[in-house]
Design a protein around this ligand. Structure first.
Ligand SMILES: NC(=O)c1ccc[n+]([C@@H]2O[C@H](COP(=O)([O-])OP(=O)(O)OC[C@H]3O[C@@H](n4cnc5c(N)ncnc54)[C@H](OP(=O)(O)O)[C@@H]3O)[C@@H](O)[C@H]2O)c1
Length: 244
């Protein structure tokens, strides 16, 4: 896993505690690493059977095992946290994503920075413009996954509807298609899918995680739903002026 150590005693997260909900997944583990790199004290929530996936962080983070939609687990995990980073996944047919989001919204103390992950398919204001290919893929995947009762994309939509309606300090970071690979730096973003800067539709997962962690300290992103794309992708280079 790539380290993004910002070095020195001036780490922006020093003295603050962040909870990563869904810490054991691919995105979650990057979130944990970035959070540690920034000096945060980290509390991770993951399913009991996945605790071993966090072995690399042993002794450096507190792990609270449990389902992320378990309100008791979340209440305990977010207690005393300055920020909660939630990997929002719509597994199964029992409202896992909306249950997770609701538990975080209800139990984080007022003022806590809440950052959630989801995909471009989530729209906040209906002004996103999707390609035909994207719409077709989302419709087919969503229907097949629901038929198989594996994933309920509609529940991730409901989770985000509740977040958007809340008066908390939330940010919903809408990820493009993801890939593993070397960091390109902090992704670029736009408020609407369809903006030419996003056209490449690809972000390295490690950078997606970095964007989520850095959003904690970025007040401009409070109550916004940025859609992101890799900083060195052709569309970002053409329309955002390239890396700073
Ligand atoms: N994949 C993409 O291309 C893509 C694109 C755009 C946005 N996103 C967003 O990125 C975030 C992470 O997605 P990801 O695809 O990269 O996956 P990921 O990081 O591997 O995370 C998957 C999460 O789902 C949990 N999970 C897996 N099976 C489960 C089950 N049956 N019941 C409950 N939890 C289960 C995993 O926990 P365990 O460790 O316990 O298995 C893990 O926390 C999501 O919010 C997604 O909407 C993904």
């Amino acid at each position: 896993m790539e380290s993004t150590d910002v070095g020195g005693a001036d780490k922006p997260g020093t003295g603050k505690r962040v909870c990563v909900v869904g810490a054991s997944g691919k995105l979650g583990r990057y979130l944990v690493q970035h959070a540690l790199d920034r000096g945060y004290e980290v509390v991770g929530v993951c399913r009991e059977q996945s605790v071993t996936k966090l072995a690399e962080f042993e002794g450096r983070i507190t792990v609270i095992p449990g389902a992320t939609d378990d309100r008791t687990v979340i209440a305990r995990a977010v207690n005393g946290c300055d920020a909660v980073l939630t990997v929002l996944v719509p597994w199964g047919m029992n409202h896992y994503a909306s249950g997770t989001a609701q538990a975080v919204l209800d139990h984080a103390r007022p003022g806590t920075r809440l950052v959630f992950s989801c995909g471009w398919h989530i729209t906040r204001d209906g002004k996103d413009v999707y390609t035909r290919k994207f719409r077709l893929y989302a419709a087919v995947f969503g229907r097949l996954a629901k038929l198989a009762r594996v994933v309920d994309v509609d529940d991730q939509v409901e989770a985000c509807r509740r977040i958007f309606a809340s008066d908390t300090s939330w940010t919903v970071v809408r990820g493009s298609d993801l890939t593993e690979g070397a960091s390109q730096g902090l992704p670029v973003w736009s408020l609407h899918v369809g903006d030419p800067v996003l056209a490449s539709n690809l972000t390295c997962r490690v950078d997606y995680a970095r964007f989520i962690v850095e959003a904690v300290e970025n007040d401009a992103l409070v109550q916004e739903a940025p859609a992101i794309v890799g900083r060195l992708t052709p569309s970002a280079l053409a329309h955002a002026g390239g890396p700073a």
